[in-house]
Design a binder for this molecule. Structure first.
Ligand SMILES: CC(C)(COP(=O)(O)OP(=O)(O)OC[C@H]1O[C@@H](n2cnc3c(N)ncnc32)[C@H](O)[C@@H]1OP(=O)(O)O)[C@@H](O)C(=O)NCCC(=O)NCCS
Length: 191
């Protein structure tokens, strides 16, 4: 098990930190937005669910197989909670992680989800020692698909009607990136 003590991650515009009680209202607001929830597992996010989520995540540790760790994503210049990014160490494969992301509609369209996901991928490869990171999305979720592509992930699967989701069968993309691919992309991005 690769359990890590997590403090914070920083990017030019973002602070990725643990969730805390003061995030409750912002978390409930964006997670209850039907547009944000559309391709997510939840339909709505009650106060009780949000309180449980924050209580669990405030003491969670990344790198425990089968348990999602949620990074609260805060805007550095205002301290506002813009969304969350998640990382799971998958149980069914060695040194493989999965990422996810959810942003308030108010903070979409600024490159913030990609910026946060990059920091989480760096963390997964550098601090958790992962070799492979995957992401999945409903094929209709074009914004999520675009993030995967911006991150440099490759399509590894296009599954047709493999998921019963909110009352209908849906298609899913599976994307992935290897540590070696991520390192090469980082090296070539350096000035
Ligand atoms: C998926 C999701 C996180 C994507 O968020 P996003 O803001 O579109 O993604 P990015 O951070 O990559 O932002 C990219 C956009 O910012 C724009 N942008 C503006 N300023 C930018 C900057 N400084 N740097 C980079 N991009 C910038 C890009 O041009 C792009 O715009 P476009 O969408 O018009 O092409 C968001 O739609 C979401 O939270 N959806 C609901 C939850 C969900 O479905 N999650 C995924 C489940 S699989």
């Amino acid at each position: 098990m690769i359990v890590s003590r997590f403090k914070k991650l920083e990017t030019p515009r973002l602070l990725l930190r643990r969730f805390r009680r003061t995030d409750l209202e912002a978390l409930m607001t964006y997670r209850n937005d039907p547009e944000v929830a559309r391709y997510q597992t939840w339909e709505s996010f009650s106060r009780e669910e949000a309180e449980t989520f924050i209580a669990r995540q405030s003491r969670a540790r990344p790198g425990i197989p089968g348990r999602w760790f949620q990074f609260a994503v805060e805007l550095k210049d205002s301290g506002i909670l813009a969304g969350d990014c998640a990382l799971l160490l998958v149980k069914w494969a060695r040194r493989t992680g999965e990422i996810g992301y959810t942003f308030s509609r108010a903070y979409q369209g600024h490159g913030l989800a990609t910026e946060a996901a990059r920091a989480v991928i760096d963390y997964g490869f550098d601090s958790l020692g992962l070799l492979r990171i995957i992401a999945t999305t409903d094929c209709r979720n074009l914004r999520s698909l675009a993030v995967m592509k911006r991150l440099g992930m490759r399509e590894e699967g296009h599954f047709i009607q493999n998921l019963w989701f909110k009352g209908a069968w849906c298609d899913e993309y599976h994307y992935a990136i290897l540590r070696s691919e991520w390192s090469s992309a980082r090296a070539s991005a350096r000035p």
